[in-house]
Write a protein that binds this ligand. Structure first.
Ligand SMILES: [Mn+2]
Length: 321
């Protein structure tokens, strides 16, 4: 059942003992949503905890100041920024019992009893902002940090096409409420570990071009990732945006093998290509400009060949080649 912000707030006011689930390979948006909503519910006098099935990179530590650790038996599962319970890893079964999902992915499969879906929101944190407003909880500095982080990260620091005047207005309000925007943007966009620099160096060396330079692929096989000390999932995730940064590239593909024989493919595109359609061919999904899919067998070369072929087809259909 699809619901609106008012109905979501009503549901949250009527229930208690919340387990808020955030997706695997956590990003600033899912973590921002989870921590902000958890904090807001606690300020309403509810029990709430926010949990991610994966380890959370340390650079996100500050988000967890938005709520307190509580000990209770969770009753009500809420998923935030989670389009499909497949994205919950080991906690998929828990996600399948979700009473509420708050999300902005067009690809949301509506697995929860109630879904608050706003695909026009640049970040799910924008929707959480309206829910918190509707709940009447004052937004303090910690919640402002969480919401700002989600909006900044999902819009690539307010640069992607999903950025709207509304994103800026809400972000501006978060700055008024004390969000540490300089610290957040430095940590999320500029700061790199030595391991990250090494990884980027090796990944860039692997780059290959197709379709007259309209498609670029970078490879991060297990042998590369496992050979670099001190990198985390976030460093690896950041590779996804690199091929699309190259002038003339309409489809940027990054193939990562974090665990042996588990291949994650990230696809980024210009406005000329809907890359969620490319990912869907391989059982994945996402947004028009940013999507992904996974493979659990085959070689990195075979996978590249398949995804490149699908991307070439998309480029041909778009009249690019
Ligand atoms: Mn998101």
């Amino acid at each position: 059942m699809k619901i609106d912000v008012k109905e979501a707030a009503e549901f949250l006011r009527e229930n208690n003992d919340y387990l808020i689930l955030m997706h695997t390979s956590p990003d600033g948006d899912t973590l921002g949503c989870g921590t902000a909503l958890c904090g807001a519910l606690q300020r309403l006098g509810k029990n709430a905890k926010a949990v991610c099935p994966d380890e959370i990179p340390h650079k996100f530590d500050y988000l967890f100041e938005a709520f307190e650790k509580q000990d209770f038996e969770p009753k009500t599962v809420v998923c935030v920024d989670v389009a499909d319970t497949k994205l919950l890893g080991d906690m998929k079964n828990v996600g399948d019992t979700a009473k509420l999902c708050i999300d902005h992915h067009v690809s949301n499969v509506e697995y929860a009893e109630r879904t608050l879906l706003e695909p026009e929101s640049g970040a799910a944190c924008e929707i959480i902002y309206y829910v918190i407003k509707e709940l009447g909880v004052p937004i303090d500095k910690a919640i402002a940090n969480s919401l700002y982080t989600g909006m900044a990260t999902d819009t690539g620091c307010f640069k992607f096409s999903n950025t709207t005047p509304r994103t800026h207005r809400i972000a501006a309000e978060m700055i008024e409420l004390g969000a540490d925007f300089m610290h957040i943007n430095y940590t999320m966009f500029d700061m790199k570990t030595q391991g990250r620099i090494k990884l980027e160096h090796l990944a860039l060396e692997s780059i290959r071009y197709y379709a007259n330079g309209h498609i670029a692929v970078i490879f991060a096989p297990y042998s590369m990732i496992s050979g670099i000390e001190g990198i985390d999932s976030d460093d690896i995730g950041a590779l996804a945006s690199m091929p699309r940064q190259i002038q003339g590239v309409d489809v940027g593909i990054c193939i990562k093998e974090k665990k042996k024989d588990v291949f994650k493919v990230s696809i980024r595109s210009t406005e000329r290509i809907d890359c969620s359609k490319i990912a869907q061919k391989f059982g994945g999904g996402g947004h028009e400009r940013a999507s992904g899919c996974s493979f659990y067998a085959g070689t990195i070369e075979d996978i590249a060949k398949k995804v490149v072929e699908a991307s070439e087809k998309a480029c041909r259909e778009a009249g690019i080649i």
